[in-house]
Design a protein around this ligand. Structure first.
Ligand SMILES: Cc1cc2nc3c(=O)[nH]c(=O)nc-3n(C[C@H](O)[C@H](O)[C@H](O)COP(=O)(O)O)c2cc1C
Length: 317
């Protein structure tokens, strides 16, 4: 029997776009699938431009990307599904997890989790009509983690590819801990492939979760993977040590990421700001991370940023 664990990169709007995914794939390539940040409708009924461009096949030369949409009605769901089907995608992930109040109060993201009838009605319509396989990525509820207990048994009636569960509730935002006891309660309630997501930031975290949930074979990593792209390889090898050439390889990823942005955007200031945001995550994976972050923040041009990168990653060890 095949028992390897499958590891997936979570969608993180502003971070795991095609620039990041492609740089990652080109240099490391050990993620089973990437999930793209969500598409959503603009107020004028068209699709928001950034995520729309992010999923274009020309920007995704490898076939490992699952696009995601955020919708609270059948009409919007079908508009986005049409767009994706016409681009050649065969599967879509429905975002039932976004926690932000502005989103949730419109029954989008995690805001719809306490209205199971609405979710089921949308699925009933879109499954036979949208022409795509559908998977879900959800929190466990909106105001508490109990919503999922009502929802999971109902979802067994639908042909879903998977259910990815971020083991928090929406109103928690990113605070507090994941509710592992609730996740355990979910296991017997679903006949679907269940994927665990939430706070896997190290090999130790993964080991602990694997011990808690031995039947789970599918895992999604977000912030921990942006901070440390080597985590997929380290988990698969059950190895606590970074690869020996960590800094050289990381530099190669960062230079590709930078180059990809420079090729599509001529606003150096914006690009520099974006790279500095990434370092909020990257810095947490280094002992001297805070020092590195300060050095990066001082860079005033792309050239200075490149010099700082080389200094940090090739000289300071
Ligand atoms: C900055 C940021 C952006 C996110 N964007 C999305 C998104 O577009 N779609 C989605 O389903 N989840 C999104 N998430 C949630 C992550 O995919 C993931 O579920 C969450 O961070 C928990 O996993 P982690 O602890 O491994 O990061 C985002 C999270 C963060 C921090």
């Amino acid at each position: 029997m095949h028992t390897r664990d499958f590891l997936y990169l979570a969608p993180l709007q502003g971070f795991t776009d095609h620039h990041f995914r492609n740089a990652f794939q080109e240099v490391l390539g050990d993620v089973d699938r990437f999930y793209a940040p969500y598409l959503k409708m603009a107020h004028d009924g068209t699709l928001k431009e950034g995520p729309k461009v992010d999923v274009l096949p020309a920007n995704n030369p490898f076939e490992k990307v699952v696009p995601q949409i955020m919708a609270c009605c059948t009409e919007d769901f079908l508009v986005m599904a049409d767009y994706l089907r016409n681009l050649g995608y065969t599967e879509v992930n429905w975002n039932l997890g976004c926690p932000y109040p502005m989103v949730a109060k419109r029954d989008l993201g995690s805001g719809i989790l306490n209205k199971p009838d609405k979710i089921l009605a949308i699925l009933e319509t879109v499954i036979p009509t949208c022409g795509l396989k559908i998977g879900l990525k959800m929190r466990m509820g909106y105001e508490h983690t109990g919503d999922i207990l009502n929802l999971l048994p109902e979802l067994n009636a639908f042909p879903l590819t998977e259910i990815i569960v971020h083991a928090r509730y929406g109103k928690q935002l990113y605070a507090g801990t994941c509710d592992h006891d609730r996740f355990t309660e979910c296991l017997p309630l679903t006949s679907h492939k269940l994927m665990y997501n939430g706070d896997i930031n190290s090999v130790e975290d993964f080991r602990e979760l694997k011990t808690k949930f031995p039947t789970i074979q599918h895992w999604m990593l977000g912030r921990g993977a942006v901070a440390n792209p080597f985590i997929f390889e380290m988990i698969q090898e059950d190895n606590l040590d970074f690869p020996e050439d960590r800094n050289e390889v990381f530099l190669a990823i960062l230079l590709l990421l930078l180059e990809s942005h420079l090729n599509t955007n001529n606003n150096d200031g914006n690009i520099l700001l974006k790279m500095k945001h990434y370092w909020e995550y990257f810095s947490s994976a280094f002992h001297e991370g805070l020092t590195y972050y300060r050095m990066v923040k001082k860079a005033e041009s792309i050239a200075q940023y490149e010099t700082v990168l080389e200094k940090i990653l090739l000289e300071t060890n």
